[in-house]
Design a protein around this ligand. Sequence first.
Ligand SMILES: Cc1cc2nc3c(=O)[nH]c(=O)nc-3n(C[C@H](O)[C@H](O)[C@H](O)COP(=O)(O)OP(=O)(O)OC[C@H]3O[C@@H](n4cnc5c(N)ncnc54)[C@H](O)[C@@H]3O)c2cc1C
Length: 388
Amino acid sequence: MSTTPGTESEEHTALRAAVAALGQRYGRDYLARVAREGRHPDELWADAAKLGYLGVNLPEEYGGGGGGIAELSIVLEELGAAGSPLLMLVVSPAICGTVIARFGTEEQKRTWLPGLADGSRTMAFGITEPDAGSNSHRITTTARREDGGWRLTGRKVFISGVDIADATLIVGRTEDARTGRLKPCLFIVPRDAPGFTRTPIDMEIQAAEKQFELVLDDVRLPADALVGDEDAGLLQLFAGLNPERIMTAAFAIGMGRYALARAVDYARTRQVWKEPIGAHQAVAHPLAQAHIELELARLMMQKAAHLYDSGDDMGAGEAANMAKYAAGEACVRAVDQAVHTLGGNGLTREYGLGALVTASRVARIAPVSREMILNFVSHQTLGLPKSY
Ligand SMILES: Cc1cc2nc3c(=O)[nH]c(=O)nc-3n(C[C@H](O)[C@H](O)[C@H](O)COP(=O)(O)OP(=O)(O)OC[C@H]3O[C@@H](n4cnc5c(N)ncnc54)[C@H](O)[C@@H]3O)c2cc1C
């Protein structure tokens, strides 16, 4: 199936083809087996690392590929289209790598970026809290200065990959010395820091990467656990959240393409009347529609990545939200139609599409829900008043 290479540079088209070839060597069966066995996709992670894909967006001087989110989103989309997406790409190189590369100290960059780039280290990202899901202005995880370091206290929920990550980039707050108001700040919390505990959440998602509830009980951190400037928290946070939205779009488009390709293969050959079922427009048109929607979502993702990589954080914010929205919706519809196209086989383990019904919904909920993006566009783009 075409992937509109016409809108891409030769380098991007070549990267797409190379990653697709790697993805096909693994595929959905590999990822499903790894998840069933309670393992992680270490072999695929290591191969992707060896080929330089994991840190393709990170600066060359710290071992990265010197590209941007445009390249990293191609990597994730193509792995997903082959049925074997790596969720940790969304958090480790895209959010954490970006934030450290842009706002970290020289020492933080030297400590973290080479490992994030070659995949030998990973970092999770924790912003969501039990009482502050969509409303991140309400987060209460708080850092107090103490003895030249920090003490961090709070709770997080749904944080992916904390068990395998060497550390988690935690969004907390510090108190402004003058106004007493709390401002968002980012802290690197090592996996085994005393007082930092995690409990897996029993999710109905078949994936190797698990979600965790975290408790930070007076976690003592050194002064250099703070990433970036204490007074520029929000700006720094958004530097990481825009890549997260673009990467979630890539994740969704990859999954949608994977499901659609399975459905098209099936519709071409499955015959219960005189023609294959794909000849019935009731089967063919929704698949054509899914293809169009995925292609349109990719165009918006490319726009968002281009704006982000060229340094336009404001423009990228709107485009990244729209790309995440379009890709999430296109993915949900493509998976739904794919399952339906396979009839009973849509729900068999052999064909492996049923589990994607749940997985595809993640892109509608996280990292920012469909409704919160519609709110953003209503208020920021259209200038409509707010109800909350
Ligand atoms: C598989 C998975 C992985 C995740 N990984 C991470 C991670 O690694 N790190 C991390 O920090 N978080 C992670 N999350 C959390 C995710 O970002 C949150 O689930 C998401 O932000 C929504 O928050 P919530 O679940 O608290 O929903 P709520 O905020 O409680 O929202 C519930 C519903 O109400 C709607 N709603 C809320 N407010 C409004 C409003 N003002 N107007 C209209 N509708 C509204 C929402 O759209 C939603 O449909 C993950 C979640 C999942 C499912």
